[in-house]
Design a protein around this ligand. Structure first.
Ligand code: TYD
Length: 220
């Protein structure tokens, strides 16, 4: 696996770019609300962004990807669609925010594709990574918080949440186990950027680990 980290091509002022990753049911949404409170409390200007993020082209693409009727979707098509939605979102929502000095926090980004499409679907992590470098012009986070949760716990949380299932949530436990495996492989390949967070504990326990990482990162 090559997966070497490329320098960002897009030039910018001192600006912190963070992403949050993790399997389904890892508690990303809850954690992001707390991180938002963390930024507000410390008066740190921030932008939290989540593809497709209200960008109409990206919304339309995501509707196709997640539509349960499209059972015939080819995996590479899926990967290309995610990358296309990502690029449009980046151009419209994120790039205009560069130079503002805000912390930019991505709720899922390139790593989601590398793991879900590259590893779990079996296209190849490096292939998907390279394709995403093309889509994002190498615009990557400096810090990634990876919420690591036991797949059974993740599945239970999804069931308890009672939210509407999308095409990917319908996958069984082995799918979720593979997602976790993929993320752990990626974390091993990028130890400087990806910080593992044990997400099996309570909300407070998870948050405390994240605060320690963020304090460290933002002070540096
Ligand atoms: P999302 O709507 O972000 O759900 P969640 O609340 O779990 O973060 O993502 C929906 C699904 O799409 C999720 O199972 C992960 C998957 N996904 C990919 O397979 N590839 C990608 O590039 C992204 C961004 C998400």
């Amino acid at each position: 696996m090559r997966l070497e980290e490329k320098k960002r091509v897009i030039k910018m002022k001192q600006q912190h770019i963070i992403s949050i990753e993790g399997g389904d049911g890892s508690g990303k949404t809850t954690l992001i609300k707390r991180i938002e409170a963390y930024f507000l409390h410390r008066k740190i200007p921030y932008m939290i962004t989540r593809e497709p993020g209200g960008v109409r082209i990206s919304e339309a693409i995501r509707d196709i990807i997640l539509d349960t009727r499209y059972t015939e979707m080819d995996y590479k098509t899926e990967a290309l669609l995610y990358a296309a939605a990502r690029r449009q979102h980046l151009r419209e929502k994120v790039i205009p925010q560069l130079e503002t000095g805000k912390v930019i926090l991505f709720d899922r980004y390139v790593d989601s594709s590398v793991v879900y499409q590259g590893y779990v679907r079996g296209i190849g992590m490096d292939e998907v990574y390279q394709m995403n470098l093309f889509a994002t012009e190498g615009f990557l986070p400096e810090l990634t918080l990876l919420l690591d949760v036991d797949p059974a716990t993740g599945l239970r949380r999804i069931a308890d949440n009672d939210r509407q299932e999308d095409r990917l949530d319908k996958e069984g436990e082995s799918f979720h186990r593979r997602v976790r495996e993929g993320y752990l492989k990626l974390a091993e390949a990028c130890p400087d950027r990806i910080k593992l967070v044990d997400a099996n504990g309570t909300e407070e326990e998870v948050y405390r680990q994240v605060v320690a990482i963020l304090d460290d990162f933002l002070e540096a």
